[in-house]
Design a protein around this ligand. Structure first.
Ligand code: HEM
Length: 546
């Protein structure tokens, strides 16, 4: 079947049309006069492409595709692409609707051409994400786009190159290293609390939280990632933060640019005379200009004077496994992957706590009891204390479950392969919806859509990591296996520090209409109209009034 697919591909049909044209002109020179050569060639090309279209739209899906027996949609535009356009409800809900129509089906077709499949049964994910993880790569169009923005960092690489980079980067995200970062993260959380107190003038004031969350998370990854104090919370801005903000801002035009790059491919989009091409070039060029000199300076400092810094960049330089360009690509990846994601998670956590004041109070009581004094009085035990708090852990896990910052990902079969015993032809796109799995009533029960931190607390009062489900694959926020999020320990540590600081320093309520809060974005989700909260500053030791 692979040969047949090659023949009916665009290059295959083009070569065939060329050969047929030459043959026709050679065999029937008098029939095709030289004036009509062009017409003949055009007709032959057209006929070949028309036959190709009939093959792919009708013959292949109905008679040849090994996926033809799977139920699902027969749409021209796949549901995965339609989720990029939906504005009036969370896009992941479309998958939940579809699964309701086809309960008990582990795989569902999403297109007429049987080229895109939704994985609905988390048990099948072990094959896709772990056992055959390199058989299923990120689709080339997505990789090209990410490569354009971030360079060849960990997110973009595949196969052996990825294995090498991942193995050599893992130590920088190790358990012990993250523990050492807690005091710095908590200090940054305190800086945020001071800035918000200033904003609220010590009383009650409305603030837009997601912007502040981005500022503090870029400050944290600035120190942890490259040993650089960006101090965006205090100063208001920094060139690196401004560039990332512009790159990731979910404006209509940027969403359209990213969407077209994913659907048509970046090389096609770059041909369009569109100012977005220039904007993306300028933003990514500026990032390179900032990062390259910084890397050279750091490498020189480490070589000449030795270096006692333990930021991720220094650890990677000291490992001697990376060239400067590779370091730059990794750094850009960590800065991008490591700040908007956590900022969004913090924003959604504060939203859930505003919606559920009783949960906010319970969390505050737990954190106040754990830290009768300043948490930084005993920096050595900060990590252990924060990690042991069951309700804090529960709120964080529920936030990550209900609002997975990356709500969807795609994988493309690199060869003919299998998922469980279902053959998957080369080129098939598998759609994995974290939003759908994390909110599935089949897995999480009838209250799947509700925030219930107690799911993550055992009967003995200790935190658990499964939320009461039977398998790891039921919670997909960070994926699993060799391509799972390398920064998940880092992100959770950051959330513990930031949320603990928030409940110790403020109580808050929503300051906007519930219906105006809509998660949106192409790669990560943020509230489309911001997250306005009415914050009331608490004095140290003051109990909340809610
Ligand atoms: C709440 C916060 C975060 C969430 C929800 C999240 C989610 C994810 C997901 C779903 C992936 C897999 C994407 C795919 O393969 O399609 C991923 C990969 C990745 N994340 Fe995160 N992430 C978070 C925070 C972070 C942080 C803080 C860092 C770094 C400091 C980071 C660095 C990375 C990197 C480098 C990868 C690529 C890993 C690989 O392919 O080997 N992430 N993340």
């Amino acid at each position: 079947m692979d040969k047949v697919r090659q023949i009916f591909s665009i290059p295959g049909l083009t070569v065939a049309a060329l050969a047929q044209s030459l043959l026709a002109i050679k065999l029937f020179p008098t029939y095709y006069s030289s004036e009509s050569h062009l017409r003949t060639v055009a007709l032959i090309f057209l006929a070949n492409y028309a036959f190709g279209a009939i093959f792919w739209i009708f013959l292949y899906p109905n008679f040849f595709s090994p996926l033809r027996h799977l139920p699902g949609q027969k749409a021209l535009v796949s549901l995965a692409h339609r989720t990029l356009m939906v504005t009036d409800r969370p896009s992941g809900d479309l998958f939940l609707d579809l699964v309701k129509q086809y309960p008990d089906e582990p795989l569902l077709n999403l297109t007429l051409t049987r080229r895109q499949v939704l994985v609905t049964d988390p048990k099948l994910l072990a094959d896709v994400l772990v056992h055959k993880c390199y058989d299923f790569a990120k689709p080339a169009k997505i990789r090209n786009f990410l490569h354009h923005v971030l360079g060849a960092g960990l997110i973009v690489l595949e196969s052996d190159h990825h294995k090498f980079m991942r193995k050599n980067t893992m130590p920088a995200f190790g358990f012990r290293h993250i523990k050492d970062l807690y005091p710095m993260m908590y200090q940054k959380a305190e800086t945020l609390a001071r800035a918000l107190r200033h904003e609220t003038a010590g009383q009650t004031q409305t603030v837009e939280l997601s912007t502040w969350a981005s500022k503090v998370t870029i400050d944290i990854i600035g120190v942890a990632g490259m040993g650089r104090k960006l101090n965006v919370v205090e100063k208001g801005e920094d060139p690196i933060q401004t560039i990332y903000e512009s790159l990731l801002e979910p404006s209509r035009e940027k969403l359209l640019f990213s969407m077209l790059s994913f659907v048509l491919g970046l090389p096609v989009v770059r041909w369009i005379p569109w100012r977005m091409n220039g904007i993306f070039d300028q933003l990514t060029g500026s990032l390179n200009d900032i990062c390259m000199p910084m890397i050279r300076e750091k490498r020189q400092a480490i070589e000449e004077k030795g270096d006692d810094h333990f930021d991720i960049l220094s650890l990677l330089i000291k490992s001697n496994n990376f060239t400067d360009v590779e370091l730059k690509d990794q750094l850009l990846t960590f800065l991008a992957a490591g700040h908007e994601t956590t900022a969004s998670a913090l924003t959604w956590a504060c939203y859930l706590l505003a919606k559920h004041p009783e949960l906010q109070t319970t969390l505050r009581t737990e954190v106040q009891a754990a830290f009768p004094g300043n948490p930084l009085d005993d920096p050595a035990s900060l990590a252990t204390t924060l990690e042991s708090l069951p309700f804090l852990n529960g709120v964080i896990q529920e936030t990550l479950r209900l609002y997975p910052t990356v709500p969807l990902t795609l994988r493309e079969a690199q060869k003919d392969t299998f998922v469980n015993d279902q053959p998957i032809p080369k080129g098939t796109t598998l759609v994995l919806s974290m939003w759908m799995t994390n909110r599935s009533p089949e897995i999480w029960g009838p209250q799947a859509g509700e925030c219930r931190p107690e799911r993550w607390i055992n009967d003995d009062g200790k935190p658990n990591q499964t939320g009461g489900t039977s398998s790891n694959y039921d919670f997909l926020t960070f994926l699993h296996g060799p391509r799972s999020c390398i920064g998940q320990g880092f992100a959770k540590a950051e959330m513990r520090c930031l949320l603990a600081m928030m409940v110790l320093s403020f109580e808050w309520q929503l300051a906007m209409k519930e219906e105006d809060i809509m998660p949106r974005g192409v790669i990560t989700i943020k509230p489309a109209k911001g997250m306005y909260l009415k914050l009331t500053a608490l004095n140290a030791g003051e109990k909340a009034t809610m």
